[in-house]
Design a protein around this ligand. Sequence first.
Ligand SMILES: NC(=O)c1ccc[n+]([C@@H]2O[C@H](COP(=O)([O-])OP(=O)(O)OC[C@H]3O[C@@H](n4cnc5c(N)ncnc54)[C@H](OP(=O)(O)O)[C@@H]3O)[C@@H](O)[C@H]2O)c1
Length: 293
Amino acid sequence: MDDLQGKVFIVTGANSGIGFEAAKNFASRGGEVVLVCRNETKGLAAMKEIEAETGSEKVVLEVADFSSLASVNELADRLLLNYECIDVLCNNAGGANSKRELTNEGFELTFATNHLSGFLLTQKLLPLLLNQAARGEARVVFTSSLGHKNSPLDFDDLNLDKKYSTLKAYGRSKLMNLLTAREIHRRYGHQAIIASSFHPGAVRTAIWGKGGFLATVLGFVMYPFMWSIEKGADTFIWLASSQEEAVKNAAGNYFFDRRQPSIADFATDEAAKRLWEVSEELIQPHLKDSQQI
Ligand SMILES: NC(=O)c1ccc[n+]([C@@H]2O[C@H](COP(=O)([O-])OP(=O)(O)OC[C@H]3O[C@@H](n4cnc5c(N)ncnc54)[C@H](OP(=O)(O)O)[C@@H]3O)[C@@H](O)[C@H]2O)c1
């Protein structure tokens, strides 16, 4: 695999599962890796494990809670201070929630954690990604899911006020990941930002135990058929770091097992454009707050 010396990778949700596996891979190949984790203790443990296994001295921990736009704003501000260029941003943090909950900022928790926070982070880091792209290329990779097919977006009910279900909330957020990658390509592909999204497969990670009773039961039943974390992270690592033409031409598309499978009919360009505009409006007040601080 290609040497990643001199490249900076930001990986959200890096303390466990496929995010940890991908971060470890980038570090083992010489990349500088910023582990973004919500829990400092878990983040430090992950950092030590990666350092011990890879011998890397270029692993950094950043703590941020993706259920809070304020927290992600602060994270982005720190990264803007510390880096001039970012090669690869991996928007991977996410999960499912059994009950409808609102964040302190008034957003449905899954929507905020899985989409809005990654969107805000990407928006704020665009200058650093564009700096790098001007020297060759930069990449943004979104961990989406086959679950993006669960439900079309309802722009009149992004907060799922009407009828909440875990699968609907999770599926819509993963559709948003797919659409955001596509819209990044439309807006910035010509400036050498390579965007993509992927489904990792049904993977044996901790996520199945974090989404309530239904997810735990589903995880238990599917466990024997699930992929290992190494296999689940393969397409992730490939999209983030391979120099193969298929990746360089990813063009905002959605991948599974290094191929482009069919996507939901409702994953349209129009939905991608509208989601971008609505998301920009929703994060705007939070960006202004940060600038005033
Ligand atoms: N496993 C699968 O079968 C599967 C299938 C399709 C898609 N995915 C997607 O793959 C991605 C990674 O999940 P995984 O399977 O590797 O599970 P995981 O081990 O639970 O990893 C999820 C990561 O996201 C972090 N995270 C969750 N909520 C957060 C928040 N509010 N703020 C900051 N970080 C937060 C978690 O932190 P904590 O450790 O602190 O919880 C963890 O580091 C997710 O986006 C998931 O939707 C997974």
